[in-house]
Design a protein around this ligand. Structure first.
Ligand SMILES: Cc1cc2nc3c(=O)[nH]c(=O)nc-3n(C[C@H](O)[C@H](O)[C@H](O)COP(=O)(O)OP(=O)(O)OC[C@H]3O[C@@H](n4cnc5c(N)ncnc54)[C@H](O)[C@@H]3O)c2cc1C
Length: 546
């Protein structure tokens, strides 16, 4: 006798076997607009590969089977090694083959950063943790390129063949570089750094030092080197600290423990101690903080890209679910209140994508002052805004899935746990707002150019024009008042930039809806508070044409 109590119905099929590039109209248009159309074929290919169900499953496994720390081998020798699931290595291999860690530096030129950004925007939808080592290696290269000895590492840095072996660099095809700044007492104010460096011989750039101290967060510990901030006398310098030394021994960088993280589970982050570790001084002596802040400008760009990727995947999953799932006799996507929510989320995603790609273009070689303004002012501003908005948006997308969204078997729980990290690391929200403010004040020429471009964008739009006027008045203040208003200032700045980009480049329905929801006065503190504007169907269709 069969005990069939029910049939399974109204459950939504897994999303998969779709092309992440071909299905993303805003991404394709952005790539074309920002000068990377020559990379279209490669992006189409990568989008198809990433979209396979098998690759989504890899992303799931890489996060389910977390990295494991081995401090010692069987005989008791220190090994300070982290073991990863094979799925992690496959995700890393794909990212390397696409050149996301180095291609924009080995073959720079118009569109290189944008093409890289587009690949990143897709990879981050399937497996976000593997982007951490990719980002740090990418960000270290322009810093290392300025060193006399760069040629000794350029070949493995530019190689597209991911090499996971834990052996000296001379025996590897490729390499990765991480960064170590944050200590127990604080990561925002680096002047508290306690790790000490003493020269072994002559002090100065390119010279060898001994490092004693610790780092409280040290991601990608299997990297072949880290750029580490350490105190030398009364100043701070940046040091290249390799994993293995030239004589074939391990550099004494001892892993204390793995961080037990909320999300970002596939990627290992550890605490380390330097026990007379060897490091080579990088950049100008005593200018370690500016050297690492330069590196951080690239990692901050990637935080914007990473959050935009999570946002896009969450929105796509929400739209897919809402098309299939029926409640009260109708698919969710046809129910007016759900439409208001989905519409708002789609607009956030498209605005983030447009901004991310425009920002990436500003990192391509350019003398244009507006590009410089984007790099210096909008990088921290966009990091603040896009990363924060993504946290809320992913939670809403999860709720579109109802209870199924909360369950670890599906994709939404992982997206949700992944979302906050981009807002915290590489400079948390407030620090980004203060940095954006500092850039506006310290570089009046860049601020002027950026504000003038915004003025042009909203010449025929009274409300944004008024908000721009208010923003300028706020910027005229100083001291504690100005600092206290930093979040508001950055919010207003980014919204104006996003509105300008959408009004110039997106279909009228998208641009009008963005203006209505962000500027018509009823926009609220949550997604979906404004009734969905009239362009609803075309906007939703554009976001998810499959
Ligand atoms: C998963 C993960 C991986 C990481 N990997 C690395 C790594 O590989 N290398 C590395 O060096 N670091 C790494 N970090 C550390 C990260 O960069 C820091 O956590 C971050 O910079 C914040 O530093 P903190 O934790 O010491 O917070 P704090 O500096 O104590 O700041 C706490 C809060 O105060 C705010 N704040 C600080 N100053 C001000 C101010 N003047 N006004 C108003 N608010 C302020 C900050 O915005 C933050 O919200 C990682 C962090 C995480 C979560």
């Amino acid at each position: 006798m069969s005990w069939l109590t029910h049939e399974v119905n109204n459950q939504v099929p897994d999303l998969g076997d779709y092309n992440l590039y071909a299905s993303d109209t805003a991404l394709q248009e952005g790539v074309l607009r920002e000068g990377a159309q020559a990379h279209r074929e490669s992006l189409l290919h990568y989008g198809a590969r990433l979209g396979q169900k098998e690759i989504f499953a890899l992303g799931h496994d890489a996060n389910r089977y977390r990295p494991e720390l081995e401090t010692h081998d069987r005989q008791g020798h220190r090994v300070d090694r982290v073991r990863f699931h094979p799925a992690w290595h496959r995700c890393m291999r794909m990212a390397f083959l696409q050149g996301m860690h180095s291609g924009a530096w080995s073959s720079p030129g118009a569109g290189a950063q944008v093409a890289r950004a587009a690949a990143y925007l897709m990879h981050g939808q399937v497996e976000a943790g593997s982007l951490c080592p990719i980002t740090m290696t990418f960000a270290a290269i322009p810093v290392l390129q300025k060193e006399d000895w760069f040629a000794s590492v350029s070949t493995p840095l530019y190689s597209l063949q991911y090499d996971e072996h834990d052996v000296p660099l001379s025996r590897k095809t490729s390499m990765m570089v991480g960064m170590g700044m944050t200590e127990k007492q604080g990561g925002s104010d680096l002047r508290g750094t306690t790790t000490r460096a003493e020269p072994l011989g002559q002090p100065g750039r390119g010279q060898t030092y001994r490092l004693v101290g610790h780092k409280w967060f040290f991601s990608s510990p299997m990297s072949d080197a880290h750029l580490v901030l350490a105190r030398h006398g009364e100043t701070y310098s940046c040091f290249y600290v390799p994993r293995w030394l030239d004589d074939g021994s391990k550099n004494p960088v001892h892993i204390q423990r793995l961080k037990n993280k909320l999300g970002n589970a596939s990627n290992a982050s550890v605490e380390v101690e330097f026990h007379d570790a060897t490091g080579v001084l990088v950049g100008e002596e005593g200018r370690g903080i500016p050297t690492l802040v330069e590196m951080a400008s690239y990692t901050r760009l990637d935080c914007v890209l990473g959050s935009t990727a999570l946002l896009r995947q969450a929105v796509v999953q929400a739209l897919h679910h809402a098309r299939y799932r029926v409640a009260f006799g109708e698919p969710l996507i046809r129910q007016p209140l759900m439409q208001s929510v989905l519409m708002d989320l789609v607009l956030e995603s498209e605005a983030a994508t447009a901004l991310a790609l425009r920002l990436a273009r500003a990192f391509d070689p350019s003398d244009d002052v507006l590009d410089q303004a984007y790099r210096r002012i909008l990088t921290p501003a966009a990091k603040f805004w896009v990363c924060k908005r993504t946290i809320e948006a992913v939670a809403e997308c999860m709720e579109v899935w109802g209870g199924n969204g909360y369950i670890e078997d599906g994709p939404m729980a992982r997206l949700y746990r992944e979302a906050p990290v981009n807002s915290i690391w590489e400079g948390s929200g407030n620090v980004m707002c203060l940095d954006g403010l500092r850039a506006l004040k310290r570089h009046p020429d860049l601020a002027q150019t950026l504000l003038a471009s915004l003025e042009q964008d909203c010449v025929d739009e009274p409300i944004p024009r008024e908000r721009l006027g208010q923003l300028k008045s706020l910027l005229a203040s100083s001291g504690a008042d100005l600092e206290a208003a930093a979040r508001h200032i950055v919010q207003e700045l980014v919204l104006l930039v996003q509105a300008g980009l959408l009004r110039r480049h997106a279909p009228q329905g998208v641009a009008d809806s963005f203006m209505q929801t962000r500027y018509a006065g009823r926009g609220g503190r949550l997604y979906g508070l404004v009734s969905s504007p009239s362009a609803l169907n075309s906007v939703l269709e554009r976001a998810w044409p499959i």
